[in-house]
Design a protein around this ligand. Structure first.
Ligand code: NDP
Length: 247
């Protein structure tokens, strides 16, 4: 895990759940962290919890759906730290609604946050990593990025799209020294289902029972970091627990 020490590591979705757990777990290796999501106060809370010196943590609020602004935010990181060694793209939203009921705008929103935002941030960071001759993209997909599940058609589509994009990027950049890890979590204990979009695009606001019984986020983060250190290309974590529900 020493590869994380002194590395410049950017985590999106760091204000909550899995991203927060990744930040806290990484902090043990004394890296420089960039913490991003929309809620600045929550990012500041996580920054304090890392226990890292203020000079080693940049709180950088951003909205993944505001793709036009992402290149400027990469420039902020470049000016502060000069490089990006790891980019954990973890920010994401989900849905709870059947296709027949779902407004088209819900699909657009899911793709904007979960896919187009990720593509835009990747494209903005890529020239930096290519110039470095190293860099590792770690992307939080889902079990739903591999199979279709009820009530999540747009979510599944957005996560499936990540696999196509990043498998292609891996093939294009492997010889340049870059790495891609796609992680497919099963149910992990986070508040994600509370913020799920309902059929009209409004927040659904209910916690899933399966979610509450999922793997603790800190356990997930530890397993993910081991997989990243081993440069695994695709890894399922917590999937076994949900197989009976999904299949
Ligand atoms: P949380 O709701 O706890 O975290 C989601 C994170 O994404 C928050 O930090 C949120 O911050 C951020 N986010 C949401 N929308 C935006 C946006 N428009 N711009 C920037 N940041 C945004 O859920 P999880 O931790 O569970 O989710 C993290 C990832 O894990 C997601 O990609 C999710 O799809 C994936 N996943 C989760 C599973 C689970 O069971 N928990 C299972 C499979 C995959 P803020 O609101 O401050 O912007």
């Amino acid at each position: 895990m020493s590869s994380f020490q002194n590395s410049i590591i950017w985590i999106t979705g760091a204000s909550s759940g899995i991203g927060e757990a990744i930040a806290l777990e990484l902090a043990r290796y004394r890296p420089k962290l960039i913490l991003s999501a929309r809620r600045e106060a929550e990012l500041q809370r996580v920054a304090r919890q890392t226990g890292l010196p203020a000079s080693d943590v940049l709180v950088l609020p951003l909205d993944m759906a505001d793709t036009a602004r992402l290149p400027a935010q990469v420039e902020v990181v470049r000016q502060r730290f000069g490089r990006v060694d790891y980019l954990f793209q973890n920010a994401g939203i989900t849905q709870r609604s059947a296709v027949v009921d779902t407004d088209f705008s819900v699909y657009q929103r899911l793709m904007d946050v979960n896919f187009f935002g990720v593509v835009a941030l990747t494209k903005a960071v890529l020239p930096l990593m290519l110039a470095q001759g190293s860099g590792h993209f770690v992307v939080t997909s889902s079990v739903a990025g591999k199979i279709g599940t009820k009530q999540r058609s747009g979510y599944c589509a957005s996560k499936h799209a990540l696999h196509g994009f990043f498998d292609a990027l891996r093939a294009e950049t492997h010889d340049a020294g870059l790495h891609v890890t796609l992680v497919c979590p099963g149910y992990i204990q986070t508040p994600i289902s509370l913020h799920a979009l309902g059929p009209d695009g409004r927040v659904h606001g209910k916690m899933d029972e399966n979610q509450q019984q999922g793997m603790p986020a800190d356990d997930f983060a530890r397993r993910l970091l081991r997989a990243v250190t081993r440069k695994r290309e695709e890894v399922f974590i917590g999937g076994k627990e949900v197989a009976g529900v999904y299949l």
